[in-house]
Write a protein that binds this ligand. Sequence first.
Ligand SMILES: Nc1ncnc2c1ncn2[C@@H]1O[C@H](COP(=O)(O)OP(=O)(O)OP(=O)(O)O)[C@@H](O)[C@H]1O
Length: 232
Amino acid sequence: MFELRRVSAGYGGHVVLRDVTLKVPPGSVVALLGANGAGKTTLLRVASGLVRPFAGQLLLDDRDVTGLRPHRLVEAGVCHVPEGRGVFPSLTVRDNLRMHCLAGREEEMIAKAIDIFPSLGRRIGALAGTMSGGEQQMLALARAYIQNPRLALLDEVSMGLAPVVVDEIFRFLEILAKEGASLLLVEQYVTRALAIADYVYLLNRGEVRFVGEPDELEGSDIFKEYVGVEIG
Ligand SMILES: Nc1ncnc2c1ncn2[C@@H]1O[C@H](COP(=O)(O)OP(=O)(O)OP(=O)(O)O)[C@@H](O)[C@H]1O
């Protein structure tokens, strides 16, 4: 179980998250929804150790991991696929993948990446920056996948991509979850996120306004109230 317990966080003196409690049970998919600026990206940054909370705790299997450096959280199985992907454009696909491989297991782990996204195999020697947005996103996801994450933090991973690529990415997310990873998913395609989610959190101005199962949200006006549009 991964948990943010009563977390407040932000940047400098600017408070973005206020007293946020959020739980990601083992093997579950949690969708984190909210309007632009609600604090979703900040919450993922807190979860991966990039932003240190002002108050509150991060717990991983009841162990207090608050204040651990990001690489320690990676070692504990927390993988962050950030907004903007974070791939290195001037490195090849192979070298982007190699940076996330364990010593001595490079070939096996790269094969695993190609197996899940065959198009990466066809571009293995290409510079990442020369690939399409969809291929770069697949590379970012493959880097997380080959590390066998226990918790994947996924920030708008389908943003700006063609529908056929979005389909492939959602198929991948289902495989990732079936293989046992927990997912914390920030996603603009709300209906698609709800279709694979076990639980939903709705964030508004840095506070949690709703926690429940997707069915409960679909039947209520609360999404429209805080996000300003109907679910769709
Ligand atoms: N590095 C930063 N320094 C200062 N303020 C920031 C920084 N990043 C985000 N903010 C502010 O924090 C607030 C929440 O931003 P955040 O990106 O977490 O929201 P979000 O829900 O992910 O929004 P979006 O859907 O637009 O990405 C906003 O007011 C934003 O301007």
